[in-house]
Design a protein around this ligand. Sequence first.
Ligand SMILES: [Zn+2]
Length: 378
Amino acid sequence: MNPFELLKTSASSKARLGRLTTAHGEISTPIFMPVGTAASVKGLSPRDLKEIDAKIILANTYHLYLRPGTPLIANAGGIHRFMAWDRPVLTDSGGFQVWSLKELRKIRENGVEFRSHIDGSKHFFSPQSVMQAQREIGADIIMAFDECTPYPSTVQEAKHSLKFTKRWTQEAMDYLREHPPLHGYPQYFFGIAQGGMHRDLRKEAIEQLIDLNPDAYALGGLSVGEPTDIMYEIADYSTDFLPKDRARYVMGVGTPWNLLELILKGVDMFDCVMPTRNARNGMLFTSQGVLHYKAARYAQMIEEAIDPHCDCYTCRHFSKAYLRHLFNAKEILALSLSSIHNLHFYLRLMEQAREKIENDSFESWAHEQIQVLQQKAP
Ligand SMILES: [Zn+2]
């Protein structure tokens, strides 16, 4: 089943306009998905998420498997009921998280043995067990269990993760064919293409995936420490081989300007902890550039909003001086107000991108924004 409809491709770049249809709502692409790792976007309630009009959020299988346990979420009726969020959800498979555990995990032919980062307890993820966990969670979009290729990687290492990812993807799809969704609505399965920064292996990974025919395609193993130019180049190269009628998702990227660059290269979907994590550290993205609101020069700015062109709840009500004060006084409100702004900023940027693609003015606008957004804000 293909949940994606391609509505338009830009005449002067690979930028695309599309629509994903799920049981919990439609999603216009390009889209950014706020990250709610443990079934919570840190510091924001579902009411806040609706106010910024988030269309889909991401949760993480590894974290939910460990805590509270995916059978509990199944008993609660699935993640939508459990967290009181009735819009679409995507779950990451946990492949990247167990891979990131490094000395706490052992990769085997049939899966990954790992120790919990919480209490050191021993666990095993196989392609089948991860699909079972994602069925219990009940997200609208579920991800393949993959083996992430490190950066830098030799051809041999990249080939190794390709081999495992291919086999595990096949096994996951076989499992899903025999085990339909638990909660009564479709769960779309996204395959993940690895291949490191080796062009020929990226192509091979995509061709292997096309043979398996997943519902949509993700590019994994990007933004793992490689120079940004290489990430752009690999994404640009890879999208040439992806089927045009399927959604394309680059996992774990990135800054607002990264998103615009990747939209130019034909990517439809993004997720990243950056807007929320950076907000909690006092770094905000604005229409005038990057702003660190802890800076002393904002102490007296009792009239100016964080972003004069932003209509989020935070910018409509609070000054730079107030936010800075909250942060210095270690008030938790600082964290949610700044996260609201950053997520709102990302979502509006995607909305603008869609409008610009629609009226054939995306490329010049995107190139201008890519410069402006990286500046230091006043
Ligand atoms: Zn704002």
